[in-house]
Write a protein that binds this ligand. Structure first.
Ligand code: UDX
Ligand code: UDX
Ligand code: ADP
Length: 466
C-alpha cells in the first residue's frame, strides 16, 4: 500500500483547521499543509499569539502549539501544496445558493469546482482527493469528471469523508469520534485509497470505528445524520409550545421519553431554535435533492423541520412583544448571547439574529453581550438580512463587553446562548438595575426558575407555563 508523506488541505476554516491540526498531531510522520486563498486567515493561523487563531475551540491552541511548523503548516501557496501532496482534502465552504436555480435551497458548489479545477491544473503525480465539505449527494461525481478530463495522465481516487464534528467540541469529537465514514469506489484502487485514509484515522481510533461505504452512501449519510439531529430538536421544540399552554414541563417530557433506550436522551433540549452552519443548510440540500428526483412527500417531510425551527424563533420573539404589553418600541432589551451555541464564536444561522430582527421591526433597542462574538460580527449578521439600513442597525443595536452593563435600564433580558457564565451572574444586581417589572426570557432554560422568581423577576422559559 502506498504511504502518505504529504497532505494538503484546501480551506482553513472551521472544518479544515481543527481536523488537520489533529491529523498532524497524531501522525508525526506526515507533513500537513493547510492552504487558503484568504491571506488574513492564514496569517491568523500562523499568529505567535495562539489566542488569535481564527477558530476558537477548546483544546485547539494546545494542539496547534505542539505541531505548528513541525509537521503542520498554514500557507497561501495553494498550487505548491497541491503539487507536493499525495492526498488532498477539499474543505472549502459550501453555502446555500443565494442566486439562480436552487436559490435558498441547493448548495453552492462553485468553491468546490474551483478547487477541483485547481487540482487538475496543477497536479503532476497521482492523488487521492478527499471531499470533506458537506456536499449534496453525487458531488464526488462532478469532482471526478473535472479531474479525469484533464488529459495529463494523473490518476485520481476521489473519496468522501464527511465531517461530523460539532463546534465547541471539535477537538474532542475528532479525538474520540463515534465513527469515521469513508466512501469510495469499490474498485481495487478505490479500496486501496479507502484503506490508506482509514490508516490515518487508525493512528488514534480503533479500527471498528472507521466505516467504509460506497461514495453515495457516505455523502448521503452526512446529510441524513444532520437532518435526524435537527429533527429531534424541532420535535421537542414543537412539544415545548404545547407544554407552555398546558401544565406540562418540556424538561420533564424530554427526560421521560429520553429514558426509552430506543429514543435516547441526546438532542432533546428545547431551545429558542437550532442554528449553526450545518443543520439548515443540510436539510435544505436534502429537500432540494428529493425535489429533483420528484420525491415531493419526502421533501415536504424534511422541510417541516425547518418550518418548526423558524416558528420557534418567531414564537420566542413574539412572546417577548406580547408580554411587554404588546409594545417594545423604544424599550431596551438585553441579549445575553449571540453565538449559535456556547463555547464558539460562530454566529452562522444563530437564532439570536432572527429574534433580534423581529424585535427590531418593532423598534426595540437591543444591547448585546456575548463573551466571544465581536461587535462587527453582530452588525454584519444583521446587515446581511437586508431588513433595514446599516445606519438603522447601528442606531438600534449596541454591543457591550459587560453583561451587567447590558442589563442597566433594560425592560427585559433575553437569553439566546447557553454560556455557562450566565448562570453565575449576580442576578440580584441585574434585577436592581432594570426597569420594573423586570422580565427575563430564557431561550435556553439555563436558570433556576424558583430563584429567579424569588429575586423578583418575571421569568419565562421555553417549554413551560409561567
Ligand atoms: C452539527 C452536528 O452536531 C455535527 O455532527 C455536524 O458535523 C455539524 O452540525 P454544530 O452545528 O456544530 O454540529 O452544533 P450542534 O451541537 O449539533 O448544535 C446545533 C444547534 O442545535 C445549536 O444551535 C444548538 O444550540 C442546538 N441544539 C442542540 C438544541 O437546540 N437542542 C439540543 O438538544 C441540541
Ligand atoms: C409500540 C411501542 O413500541 C410501545 O412502547 C407502546 O407501548 C405501544 O406501541 P407495538 O405497537 O407493540 O409497540 O410495536 P413496535 O415494536 O413499537 O412496532 C410498531 C410498528 O412499527 C410495527 O408495525 C413495526 O413493524 C414497525 N417498525 C418498528 C418499523 O417499521 N421499523 C422499526 O425500526 C421499528
Ligand atoms: P467550513 O465551516 O466548511 O470549514 P469556512 O467558511 O469556515 O467553512 O472555511 C472555508 C475556507 O475555504 C475559507 O477560509 C475560504 O477562504 C476557503 N476557500 C474557499 N475557496 C477556496 C479555494 N478555491 N482555494 C483555497 N481556499 C478556499
Amino acid at each position: 500500500m502506498r504511504s502518505i508523506k504529504n497532505i494538503c488541505c484546501i480551506g482553513a476554516g472551521y472544518v479544515g483547521g481543527p481536523t488537520m491540526s489533529v491529523i498532524a498531531n497524531k501522525c508525526p510522520e506526515i507533513n500537513v499543509t493547510v492552504v487558503d486563498i484568504n491571506a488574513n486567515r492564514i496569517a491568523a493561523w500562523n499568529d505567535e499569539d495562539l489566542d488569535k487563531l481564527p477558530v476558537y475551540e477548546p483544546g485547539l491552541k494546545e494542539i496547534v502549539a505542539e505541531s505548528r511548523n513541525k509537521n503542520l503548516f498554514f500557507s497561501t501557496e495553494v498550487d505548491k501544496a497541491i503539487d507536493e501532496a499525495d492526498m488532498i482534502f477539499i474543505s472549502v465552504n459550501t453555502p446555500t445558493k443565494t442566486y439562480g436555480k436552487g436559490k435558498g435551497e441547493a448548495a453552492d458548489l462553485k468553491y468546490i469546482e474551483l478547487c477541483a479545477r485547481n487540482i487538475a491544473r496543477v497536479a503532476k503525480s497521482d492523488k487521492i482527493v478527499v471531499e470533506k465539505s458537506t456536499l449534496p449527494v453525487r458531488t464526488a461525481q462532478a469532482i471526478k469528471d473535472i479531474l479525469h478530463n484533464t488529459g495529463n495522465g494523473v490518476k485520481y481516487e476521489v473519496l468522501s469523508n464527511p465531517e461530523f464534528l460539532a463546534e465547541g467540541t471539535a477537538i474532542d469529537d475528532l479525538l474520540n469520534a463515534d465513527r469515521v465514514l469513508i466512501g469510495g469506489d469499490d474498485t481495487p484502487s478505490g479500496k486501496e485509497a479507502k484503506n490508506i485514509l482509514s490508516g490515518i484515522y487508525e493512528h488514534w481510533l480503533p479500527k471498528e470505528r472507521v466505516l467504509q461505504t460506497n461514495l453515495w452512501s457516505s455523502e448521503l449519510s452526512k446529510l441524513v445524520a444532520n437532518a435526524f439531529l435537527a429533527q429531534r430538536i424541532s420535535s421537542i421544540n414543537s412539544i415545548s409550545a404545547l407544554c407552555e399552554v398546558t401544565d406540562a414541563n418540556v424538561a420533564e417530557v424530554s427526560k421521560a421519553i429520553g429514558k426509552d433506550s430506543r429514543i435516547g436522551p441526546k438532542f432533546l433540549n428545547a431551545s429558542v431554535g437550532f442554528g449553526g452552519s450545518c443543520f439548515q443548510k443540510d436539510i435544505l440540500n436534502l429537500v432540494y435533492i428529493c425535489k429533483t428526483y420528484g420525491l415531493t412527500e419526502v421533501a415536504e417531510y424534511w422541510d417541516q423541520v425547518i418550518k418548526i425551527n423558524d416558528y420557534q424563533k418567531r414564537r420566542f420573539a413574539e412572546n417577548i412583544i406580547t408580554t411587554l404589553y404588546n409594545t417594545v418600541s423604544g424599550k431596551k432589551i438585553a441579549f445575553y448571547g449571540w453565538a449559535f451555541k456556547k463555547d464558539t464564536n460562530d454566529t452562522r444561522e444563530s437564532a439570536a439574529i432572527y429574534v433580534a430582527d423581529t424585535l427590531l421591526e418593532e423598534q426595540a433597542e437591543i444591547v448585546v453581550y456575548d463573551p466571544k462574538v465581536s461587535e462587527e460580527q453582530v452588525y454584519a449578521d444583521l446587515d446581511y438580512l437586508n431588513t433595514r439600513s446599516e445606519e438603522e442597525n447601528r442606531k438600534l443595536v449596541t454591543v457591550v463587553n459587560d453583561p451587567l452593563k447590558a442589563a442597566e435600564d433594560a425592560h427585559a433580558v433575553a437569553i439566546l446562548t447557553e454560556w455557562d457564565e450566565f448562570k453565575a451572574l449576580d442576578w440580584e444586581q441585574i434585577y436592581n438595575s432594570m426597569f420594573k417589572p423586570a422580565f427575563v426570557f430564557d431561550g435556553r432554560r439555563i436558570l433556576d426558575k424558583q430563584i429567579m422568581n424569588q429575586t423578583g423577576f418575571d421569568y419565562y422559559r421555553i417549554g413551560e407555563g409561567k
